[in-house]
Design a protein around this ligand. Structure first.
Ligand SMILES: [Zn+2]
Length: 453
């Protein structure tokens, strides 16, 4: 199954178009600041006129000829909730329905949003990823071990393998749903056979894995590590880089495919100028000053199927003041500050589930404005959903069922509808709310571990 699906994806990822674009991208690495601005302005003009000409939602916007970056400010800022509640209105008539690839994303609040994109975008996106590989000194098709959210083996599985191969891409997909002290030796033994591969995954998952490695007193050298999808905290970086004797290249992206930020060989986060135009705005939608935190507002260049103009995704960050980066790139420096929080769910059977593992079960929902998981007792998790229409309660119960299946018989799952998500001081909306003292959760896991032995 994995290889069949992988084969289709690989055709897009490793097509002639991808490599042509990758070559072009490598030439852009030498761009001056002026060349970047010229390219971005031209792309903005094309994207805005494409959106206004072919997308129902924008037809009432003032028809604006974008001659400068300031002209963009005459268009309204687009809230995520608007796209979430009316996704069909954002589909471009220029891409026929059979050519649209559909995906779902839960973003920062756990409210699911449906997106559409094209094969052309998938190819361009992959080329942009391969350019970051090149910055890290690795070539396309270097073998890699992947810890993202793919469902690979059944939840109840308690014996290896917890992984599967995508031979065409020389990739091993690892389950992120089966990590526990009991399964750790199997994972580590397998990883040792893949030493010097690329390691890629969500920071919280690689962090769990790094703990297991460090507990053995040994390391497992990998060629390089790529992270995305969650904040990469300094202590996670240190641990993962130590355990795997390598460097992490982090990146920021989103399933809406309207922008990207990637880390270079000098450890700085660069805006990817070909992907989209970024504004960082305050709460009154005015640009923040250099170094001040604000909301990311993206205008994407690459997704013809669902162009988003001045899209306020819900994440925040700031421009990094200072001179050009030592790596030689003139791409602007920008630091994402708040994205999804990464509390970990500790199951009574010892498994450690990252926010991204739980995130997977929200991908089918469309009527929940937010959905959080409250771990309030060792053996209980509450699904706490904020409904946006009449179908909310039904979807909440489906989420509950999927969570029960994931957590297994040792945990109990209840569900409740709330009017507002739980918001932490500072405005963070965590996916997992861990109300258990950490030691207690750890102890429970230990006891269960002993019982099973
Ligand atoms: Zn740099």
């Amino acid at each position: 199954m994995t290889s069949a699906r992988g084969w289709l994806l690989s055709n897009i990822r490793y097509s002639a178009n991808t490599f042509r674009y990758l070559e072009e991208l490598r030439r852009h690495d030498n761009w001056t600041a002026d060349e970047i601005a010229t390219y971005q302005l031209k792309s903005l003009q094309q994207s805005v006129s494409h959106a206004q000409a072919t997308v129902p939602y924008y037809k009432d916007d003032p028809a604006i000829d974008i001659r400068s970056f300031d002209d963009l400010k005459r268009l309204p800022v687009l809230e995520r909730e608007t796209v979430r509640t009316r996704p069909e209105q954002f589909l471009s008539s220029s891409v026929s329905s059979y050519k649209r690839i559909r995906a779902g994303t839960t973003g920062t609040t756990g409210g699911n949003l449906k997106v559409a994109y094209t094969e052309k975008l998938a190819s361009a996106n992959w080329a942009i990823l391969l350019r970051q590989w090149a910055w890290a000194g690795v070539r396309p098709l270097h073998s890699r071990v992947t810890f993202f959210g793919a469902k690979i083996v059944p939840n109840h599985c308690r014996k290896p393998p917890y992984w599967t191969s995508n031979l065409i891409e020389r990739q091993t997909l690892m389950s992120i749903f089966h990590l526990s002290p009991q399964t750790a030796p199997d994972y580590l033994e397998f990883l040792r056979t893949r030493s010097e591969s690329i390691l890629e995954g969500f920071p919280s998952v690689l962090s769990i894995l790094a703990d297991f490695v460090l507990q053995t007193g040994l390391t497992i050298p990998m060629r390089v590590a790529f992270t995305s999808g969650e904040p990469l905290y300094p202590w996670i970086r240190e641990k993962v880089e130590g355990a795997f004797q390598t460097r992490i290249y982090d990146s920021y992206g989103m399933t809406e495919y309207c922008g990207a930020i990637q880390q270079c060989a000098h450890g700085q986060m660069h805006l990817i100028p070909e992907f989209g135009y970024l504004e960082i705005l305050d709460k009154n939608n005015e640009p923040v000053r250099n170094g001040e935190e604000g909301f990311f507002v993206w205008t994407g260049f690459l997704n013809a199927a669902m162009p988003l103009v001045r899209y306020k995704i819900g994440d925040r960050g700031r421009w990094q003041p200072g001179g050009p980066c030592g790596c030689g790139l003139n791409f602007p420096l920008v630091i994402p500050t708040i994205t999804r929080e990464s509390e970990i769910l500790r199951c009574t059977d010892g498994r450690l589930l990252s926010p991204r593992a739980l995130n997977q079960i929200l991908k089918e929902t469309s009527s929940l404005r937010a959905c959080q998981f409250v771990h309030d007792r060792p053996e209980r998790v509450i699904v706490r959903a904020v409904s946006s229409n009449g179908k909310g309660p039904e979807e909440m119960m489906q989420v509950r069922l999927k969570l029960e299946q994931l957590l297994g018989p040792s945990m109990r799952v209840t569900a409740e509808i709330a009017t507002q998500p739980v918001i932490l001081p500072g405005g963070k909306i965590p996916l997992i709310i861990n109300m258990m003292p950490r030691e207690l959760a750890g102890e429970q896991a230990q006891q269960s571990h002993r019982a099973q032995r």
